[in-house]
Structure formats: C-alpha cells, structure tokens
Write a protein that binds this ligand. Structure first.
Ligand code: SF4
Ligand code: SF4
Length: 159
C-alpha cells in the first residue's frame, strides 16, 4: 500500500522526461525549418536518420553525394564526407547517386507513421516506384470509386 506515492512519483518523472523530449524535438524541428526556409525546400518526413559508412566510402574519387544533395547537408572535410544533419531532409538523392551499396543509409518516417529505410540506389528506385504506384491507384480511385463507375465511363466513350 505504501508503494503508491512511489509509483505516482515515477509516473511524474516519466511525464517530465517525455515533455522534455517533446520540447527538444519541437525546437530541433523549428531550427531545421529556419535553416531550410531560404532554400524554399519543403520537408516531407517528420524525422529520420542518415549515416555514412566511412570505411566503404570512396570519397576521394567520388564525392557524387555532395554534388547531388539539394540542401548542402553534405560536405568534404579532411578527406571525408561529413553531414550536417540539421540540413538533411532525407530525400535520398545521395543514396541514389552513391557508387557503393550500403554506404549511405537512410531511415525516414512519414506523418502517417510509415517508416522507410534504404541504402542502395535500387532500393530507393523500388521504393519510389511503389510510392508512385500507390499515388496512381489513389487518383484512379478518386475518379472511379467503383468498378461500375469505371465501366460506365469506359463504355460511354467507346460507343
Ligand atoms: S538525404 Fe537528401 S538532403 Fe539528406 S544528405 Fe542525402 S541528398 Fe542531402
Ligand atoms: S557517393 Fe557514396 S562513395 Fe561517393 S563520396 Fe558519397 S558516400 Fe562516398
């Protein structure tokens, strides 16, 4: 019975921790938006993570990711590719241009909660293809909500 206040206390500290975490995330997001504002680049992902395997990177003879990055989040420093995470929008252009598989890895999360992860140009292309297919199906579904509506329109235009 005497354990009750202890539980309440621990819940309170969890709430404070959660609150702090949320505040820090909001501040980080705000800072990122301010940095990206002059570039007029829209963010599509609520959060994400990008890593570069510096052991497999062939930076000296490559640097393609730096050229492909639309936000200048990647730069060359002392013989290595470095990242300014605050500028990264997780677009995937760097993975698409990378000459080494699994060198750059991106994990990103959409507003819907959906998570996407890729580290090869092929994976990125397949993901993009799947996203576009989903969009096309949605658009067709809006115009033709039922099979009957599709057939009605199709038959009308045919005869
Ligand atoms: S994911 Fe896009 S914004 Fe981020 S480093 Fe790669 S190219 Fe730049
Ligand atoms: S594109 Fe890939 S291999 Fe080339 S510099 Fe960037 S991370 Fe390294």
């Amino acid at each position: 019975m005497k354990q009750m206040p202890k539980e309440k206390g621990s819940r309170q500290s969890t709430d404070i921790f959660q609150l702090l975490k949320e505040t820090m995330e909001k501040e980080k997001k705000k800072e990122k938006q301010e940095l990206l504002a002059p570039l007029e680049i829209q963010e599509f992902f609520v959060d994400g993570n990008i890593t570069i395997n510096k052991r497999t990177c062939r930076g000296l003879e490559c640097k393609l990711c730096i050229k492909a990055c639309p936000t200048n989040a990647l730069y060359w420093k002392k013989g290595e590719v470095e990242i300014v995470e605050k500028l990264c929008i997780y677009c995937g252009a760097c993975v698409l241009s990378c000459i080494v598989d699994d060198c750059i890895r991106i994990i990103r999360r959409r507003e819907t909660g959906e998570s996407e992860s890729f580290s090869k140009p092929r994976e990125f292309t397949m993901l993009q293809h799947a996203i576009n297919t989903k969009k096309r199906h949605k658009r067709v579904g809006n115009v033709f909500p039922t099979v009957e509506s599709y057939l009605k329109r199709y038959l009308k235009s045919k005869f």
